[in-house]
Design a protein around this ligand. Structure first.
Ligand SMILES: [Zn+2]
Length: 283
């Protein structure tokens, strides 16, 4: 049982967020602000997309932990747990994995509901190679400018040679697949996620290969991380959340989720910082 999430579900009363026709709850506004290319309005518990279609915000159901993960609505996605932006990074609370409740219908509509559809939006980003001055191409979606945001991350990272071992030889970006051991599509399926160097990072399921299906207490799950936090700061400034802020740690993993980082989005997303061009040899 993931007590942290469960507690939130118990104490969250969906009725408390019942929208008035003329008022937009803050969590809904955050969602609208995060995806201005796609979402245009909210009324009477429905989000209106720019193509005119409507998506229910809150299904009004009380859910167990498993149900919350398997049938996440937008309200669950926005209100379950807040992602703590910035530094310092505290050890996540027991079973707290903010950002891992994802409304699958929402992501599939936005980024593609089949492998072919998601693939059709992929574009290259020039990424860092192990050797300074060299580059490689990686592929992410162009929707919501994710490629531009990731390119801005690369342009910042290249200025820090000591971070290079962590961000080169990456684990991957686009991969149409379910999350290991579940039926839910991984954010990698939508071209919005990147895994850094797997040899320099940690994933709780790899640390507990034989027994990860058991309760966190039974496997004595203990958070750990070796990814430098400077990397986290850079990614967050460009709209990506980090899997190292989850009790069920996945410290190689970053995914574009601007709705979880509203302040960062307002300040920085869409405004690549001026840094040396990637690949340019420094000093
Ligand atoms: Zn990942």
């Amino acid at each position: 049982m993931r007590y942290c999430l469960f507690a939130i579900l118990v104490f969250h009363n969906p009725k408390a967020f019942s929208p008035q026709a003329d008022s937009i709850p803050p969590s809904v506004q955050r969602l609208l602000d995060a995806y201005p290319d796609h979402l245009e309005a909210y009324q009477d518990n429905y989000i209106r997309w720019k193509d005119g279609s409507l998506m229910q915000y809150d299904d009004g159901r009380f859910k167990t932990e498993e149900e919350a993960f398997d049938s996440t609505d937008l309200e669950d996605q926005m209100n379950a747990l807040s992602y703590p932006p910035g530094l310092p990074v505290d050890t996540p609370g027991y079973n707290c994995d903010p950002g891992t409740l994802r409304c699958q219908e929402f992501f599939m509509k936005m980024y593609g509901n089949t492998e072919a559809a998601a693939k059709s939006h992929l574009v290259p980003v020039t990424w860092l190679a192990p050797k300074a001055g060299q580059t490689k191409r990686i592929w992410v979606t162009s929707i919501n400018g994710v490629n531009e945001h990731l390119q801005a991350v690369a342009q910042e990272l290249v200025a820090y040679p000591h971070l290079r071992p962590y961000v080169t030889n990456i684990g991957g970006t686009f991969n149409w697949r379910p999350i290991m051991g579940t039926q839910r599509m991984s954010p990698h399926s939508f071209g919005i996620a990147i895994d850094l160097n797997t040899r320099r990072s940690e994933y709780w399921k790899w640390d507990h290969k034989d027994n990860w299906q058991l309760d966190s207490v039974e496997i004595n799950l203990k958070w750990r991380n070796s990814v430098p936090l400077e990397i986290v700061e850079i990614f967050e400034r460009h709209g990506f959340i980090w899997g190292g802020k989850w009790f069920h740690y996945d410290t190689m993993h970053f995914e574009y989720r601007p709705e979880m980082l509203p302040d960062q989005k307002r300040r920085n997303v869409g405004k690549p910082t001026r840094r040396p061009a990637i690949g340019k040899k420094k000093g």
